[in-house]
Design a protein around this ligand. Structure first.
Ligand code: C5P
Length: 223
């Protein structure tokens, strides 16, 4: 490839999307959120009334599914079979379903193949759980953004809209986040963990500005 790949991985709520969008703007790269692809397929699985724990029907579904990521200034516009599902895939039911379908190895292989295509020319900041370990093990820059679960949970809760805050408690947000992490960390196929050559950035005691500045330094050192 002609330009570098920047891989951003880490658990839910660590601030990966904000960081990826910032680095993409800063370096003039495309920002690709791989989680949105798992979410889009999960949404279609919900609509198709499939069992999230059964791989074969999900894989069959993927065979006639087209997922497109359109990089925007903030995040991605997500098209599922040509329809804009960007907002809907952020809902709690899709979030939970995405977490469950993402344990299936052959489904992951389908996702990874497409993600490699998207990044084949380089010049991308790709964000997810397995970018540095499975999608682009040869990425020029790998950042694993972490933070204590309590901090990630409370950031998530405080960032959600007031209407959403009335529907769930901070405890419920934390519990959901921990459950998703556990599933990501314990699955057999490309579990969530830092690549051996990733730089682990723990943002627990850092401000957003510090995380962005430190990450820019890391990118500049490795490009
Ligand atoms: O990052 P986001 O929260 O949008 O991802 C939704 C779900 O998709 C995650 O909980 C995770 O289980 C899964 N995922 C994954 N591998 C990726 C990106 C997301 O397994 N590269």
């Amino acid at each position: 490839r002609q330009r570098p790949v920047i891989a951003i991985d880490g658990p839910a709520g660590a601030g990966k999307s904000t960081l990826a969008a910032h680095l993409a703007r800063r370096f003039g790269f495309l920002n690709l959120e791989t989680g949105a692809m798992y979410r889009a397929l999960a949404y279609k699985a919900i609509q198709s009334d499939l069992d999230f724990d059964e791989e074969a029907p999900l894989l069959a579904l993927s065979g006639h599914t087209k997922i497109e990521l359109e990089p925007q200034r903030e995040g991605n516009r997500v098209l599922l079979d040509g329809f804009d599902v960007s907002a809907r895939i952020r809902d709690a039911d899709v979030t939970a379903a995405a977490s469950r379908i993402s344990v299936h190895p052959r489904l992951r292989a389908w996702m990874v193949a497409q993600q490699r295509q998207l990044g084949v020319m380089g010049g991308v900041v790709m964000e997810g759980r397995d970018i540095g370990t499975a999608v682009f093990p040869d990425a020029e820059v790998k950042i694993f953004l972490d933070a204590d679960p309590e901090v990630r949970g409370s950031r998530r809760y405080r960032q959600s809209a007031p209407a959403a805050q009335q529907k769930v408690t901070e405890e419920a947000v934390l519990a959901e986040l921990k459950a998703r992490d556990a599933r990501d960390r314990n699955r057999a196929e490309s579990p969530l963990r830092p690549a051996e050559d990733a730089i682990v950035l723990d943002s627990t005691a850092m401000t957003l500005e510090e995380v962005l500045a430190r990450s820019e330094e890391i990118v500049l050192q490795h490009l």
